[in-house]
Design a protein around this ligand. Structure first.
Ligand code: TRP
Length: 464
């Protein structure tokens, strides 16, 4: 019976009679967590933590996640499920007439392209590293040598572009299969693998002699390194990590089941995402300290320091391959959710079939993304505001587009949409008895989140 029903529903989706969506509670969690967990955990979190004083940064990041990231995540999922449309149409449908809130959705589609432009490039390096380390490359404990190997990759325009295209084709192929058969079933298979690999690498790292110092770095706060910019960076990372501020969670929320408990789902995803970030820190820093490397290498931590660290340990090559497979899996779930934002919009709003919408998005991205891919070679000297395209996309999305998008969504939910609609949406029309959750959420999203965001944006961008 269940099989027959499923077949019928697949048929209905294919004939365009029914909107595709996630089919189970586990599927919702897998896809949403797959979106949240990504290079943000494996690449950004460790390198930013390393540069900003370790534990002190983590505490500020935790607060940002709770008071800003989580409320915006709940808001987006709630709006998406209410309207059951792409991000732009959702905001247009739910806002009072003549108020242009749909622009927030449009900014989100733009942000998706800008993030994907540099994200696919870093993901391309990750996939290149899987193959190169499996073939026995990078086996040197000397960072000068691993640095040279990384440079050979990034300054080579053709290699940079090809790896980016490999990533784009792979993501496009999964997205073409649709929401339940593509996104949901892929993330459901990949997330358990990710946890197993991560734990295995943590055990390896923690059992190294001298691992304690790395743990101390992660857990002992040094507030001397904290400035307003640090707080802005922490907040930007909180948005980036939870895939919020640009319509990803609106789009995914539109695929949630009616009976999904949204505050509980968002909280679980946030906690699991934090766990993955901390485990990534535990996988990396004890090993970095054990072999006397520096924790504050920044973005190159992953591609220059890590290979040297792995080369220093027994069975290092096996763990290095595993590590980059881990990063590749994490990046895949995140990219699926980023690309789904424009694909859903083009598919539903412009009424173009899903496969064509996917190909169009991928081709457009290959063009925009090439500016990021060539930032270390052909276009290295082309700079705007002193930044290469790669850095410009990274900086403006995390530190401006996502926080401003999140601010507007919080204002929309708290001030325009209002308590009654929030209560209805978060209790599933009175089915869930979660009054205090709704009240707490309402106060935070209406006052705390916007005020914090305004303060940190003004301070962090040095306007105030
Ligand atoms: N959260 C992902 C990560 O940590 C990146 C990501 C996916 C994202 N979708 C997003 C970031 C939407 C911002 C907005 O790597």
């Amino acid at each position: 019976m269940a099989v027959k029903q499923e077949l019928e529903s697949v048929e209905a989706i294919q004939q365009g009679k029914k909107r595709d969506g996630f089919t189970s509670a586990i599927g919702v969690i897998a896809a949403t967590l797959g979106s949240a967990v990504g290079l943000g955990n494996i690449w950004k979190f460790p390198s930013i933590t390393g540069q900003n004083g370790g534990a002190a940064f983590i505490i500020i990041y935790l607060l940002s996640t709770l008071l800003v990231g989580l409320p915006v995540m709940i808001s987006e999922q709630m709006l998406g499920r209410k309207a059951r449309k792409d991000a732009i149409s959702t905001l247009r449908d739910l806002s009072p007439k003549k108020q242009p809130w749909w622009l927030v959705g449009a900014a989100g589609v733009l942000a998706a392209f800008l993030i994907m432009a540099f994200y696919t490039e870093v993901a391309g390096w990750v996939f290149a590293y899987i193959f190169k380390s499996a073939a026995g490359g990078f086996l040197s404990t000397d960072p000068a040598v691993t640095s040279q190997a990384f440079m050979n990759l990034v300054v080579n325009p053709m290699q940079s572009l090809i790896w980016q295209w490999v990533v784009l084709v792979m993501i496009g192929a999964i997205l073409m299969l649709g929401v339940s058969k593509g996104i949901e079933s892929t993330t459901k298979k990949l997330m358990p693998v990710l946890f197993v690999i991560l734990v295995a690498i943590c055990v390896r790292s923690l059992t190294l002699e001298g691992a304690g110092e790395g743990l101390r770095f992660l857990l002992q706060p040094d507030f001397a390194k904290v400035t307003w910019t640090t707080v802005l960076v922490a907040m930007g990372l909180a948005f980036f990590k939870l895939s919020t501020g640009m319509g990803t969670m609106i789009t995914y929320g539109s695929y949630f089941r009616d009976e999904q408990d949204i505050p509980a789902t968002a909280t679980k995803v946030m906690l699991a995402d934090l766990l993955v970030s901390m485990l990534a820190g535990i996988a990396i820093f004890p090993a970095v300290f054990a072999f006397g490397f520096e924790p504050d290498a920044g973005p190159s931590l992953l591609f220059i320091t890590i290979p040297a660290v792995f080369a220093s340990m027994p069975f290092g090559n096996v763990f290095m391959v595993l590590f980059f497979i881990l990063a590749g899996i994490a990046a895949t779930g995140a990219m699926l959710s980023l690309l789904e934002v424009p694909v859903a919009f083009i598919n539903e709003k412009l009424n173009i079939s899903r496969p064509v919408a996917t190909v169009a998005t991928v081709v457009l991205l290959a063009v925009i993304g090439s500016t990021a891919a060539l930032s270390n070679s052909t276009l290295a000297e082309v700079k705007l505001f002193g930044l290469t395209f790669f850095d410009l996309f990274d900086y403006t999305t995390s530190n401006i587009l996502l926080p401003v998008g999140g601010l507007l969504i919080a204002i929309f939910v708290g001030w325009v949409w209002g308590k009654e609609k929030i209560t209805d949406a978060l209790t599933n029309a009175g089915v869930l008895k979660n009054e205090w959750v709704v009240n707490g959420f309402y106060v935070i999203v209406k006052f705390v989140t916007p005020l914090l965001l305004i303060l940190v944006l003004l301070r962090g961008l040095a306007i105030l």
